[in-house]
Design a protein around this ligand. Structure first.
Ligand code: CP3
Length: 343
């Protein structure tokens, strides 16, 4: 039983820096691809035994300090009345993007018990299987990141539709954000009740906003989620990708731990975040495609910049890429645990 991750989330000293990796359950593992050959991604998510098996796959290979439930930030959308599918190689596609007030008429706040019972069942299965050996992380997308999919209809380069709605029809944008916020809060609380011991809010695309817009169009809703989910005895990680130029604002929105992307040195990130909050990050995931000596040198740099202050969880600055060699992940995990520098 290791409580390293939970201790680090609370800023307590640890015997070794805890490490887990965003997208640790996924396509870089041949055992994941073997299951994926017979099932679509959504089917994998919808079958609790399969999702539980995939959640545990990386833990069977690597000495990771946490499991993250195999699911997706988009899963709760369906129950809200927002249909989507994953197109091969094109990522998620929202069937009827929200572009005007009338598009909201058929939408409702989701109910996790009826909309995504399979995620809750998978959490219960994994939680039983882990038996407290390492903590289980639940997660959800932050309202802005979900809204960006719902409005754009999929991946976007400039977030032009999102910004058009934000600026041109703020009341409509805010209604959508309110619906997403209620859905995300219920989803995260249900995950805690089903056995998640930590939850992470992924604000993956909030880097599309500058600080001025972040304050007005994203932070208030993230804050509502983080306030509602905090204080339940489970640490809350707030990961805001592309937000290294607005870390004080991200911290002000909440979270016991702030997840930092790789675009800023970790010591500078800590200085900007201030005391009283833990940090998670922040190796560039693409660095894992390079030679192992490079990976280790960069990992040592991240660890060194954690500055001997407690409250550091090692992670990547964003998710693992499918091309990542599993051996590199094994070496990274061992390197972080064996690191003898100050912590
Ligand atoms: O971290 C983990 O291992 C847990 C599983 C997890 C997945 N998605 C599985 C997944 C988590 C935490 C997510 C979160 C998620 N999903 C985010 C936030 C994290 C981030 O990367 O910023 C976002 C933006 C999504 C939306 C999403 N899901 C996209 C854009 C895609 C397609 C692009 C891609 O990376 O494949 C997915 C599909 C997806 N989610 C896969 C996996 C393993 C690939 C599915 C496949 O096998 O084809």
């Amino acid at each position: 039983m290791t409580t390293r991750l939970l201790d680090a989330c609370l800023g307590k000293p640890v015997d070794a820096t805890p490490i887990w990796l965003m997208r640790q359950a996924g396509r870089y593992l041949p055992e994941y691809r073997a299951i994926r050959e017979r099932l679509s991604f959504i089917e994998m998510c919808r079958r609790p035994e399969v999702a539980a098996e995939i959640t545990l796959q990386p833990l069977a290979r690597f000495e990771l300090d946490a499991a993250i439930i195999f699911a997706d930030i988009l899963l709760p959308l369906e129950g809200m009345g927002i249909g989507f599918h994953f197109a091969e190689d094109a990522g998620p596609v929202i069937e009827h993007p929200v572009r005007a007030a009338a598009d909201l008429d058929s939408l409702r706040a989701g109910d996790p018990q009826t909309d995504v019972p399979f995620v809750l069942d998978a959490l219960r299965l994994v939680s039983r299987e882990l038996g407290g050996k390492v903590p289980l992380i639940g997660f959800a997308g932050a309202p802005f990141t979900l809204a960006s999919y719902v409005i754009e209809g999929g991946h976007s380069r400039h977030y032009a539709e999102v910004k058009k709605l934000m600026y041109g029809a703020p009341a409509t944008f805010e209604r959508l954000m309110d619906l997403l916020t209620a859905t995300v809060i219920a989803f995260l609380l249900a995950q805690l009740a089903a056995g998640a011991q930590v939850v992470q809010l992924f604000d993956s695309w909030v880097g599309a906003l500058g600080p001025y817009d972040y304050e007005r169009f994203a932070a208030p809703w993230s804050r509502k989620v983080l306030d509602a989910v905090g204080g339940h005895g489970a640490p809350v990680i707030h990961f805001a990708n592309g937000a290294s130029a607005m870390l004080p604002q991200v911290r002000a929105a909440g979270g016991d731990v702030i997840g930092v992307d790789w675009r800023i040195d970790l010591d500078r990130a800590r200085d900007e975040l201030g005391e009283g909050v833990a940090v998670q990050g922040n190796l560039d995931p693409v660095a894992l495609l390079g030679p192992i000596a490079q990976v280790e040198a960069r990992a040592a740099d991240v660890l060194g910049r954690a500055h001997g202050r407690p409250g550091h969880i090692f992670n990547l600055g964003h998710g693992l890429l499918p091309q990542t060699p599993p051996d590199t992940v094994a070496r990274l995990v061992a390197f972080v645990h064996d690191w003898q520098g100050e912590r």
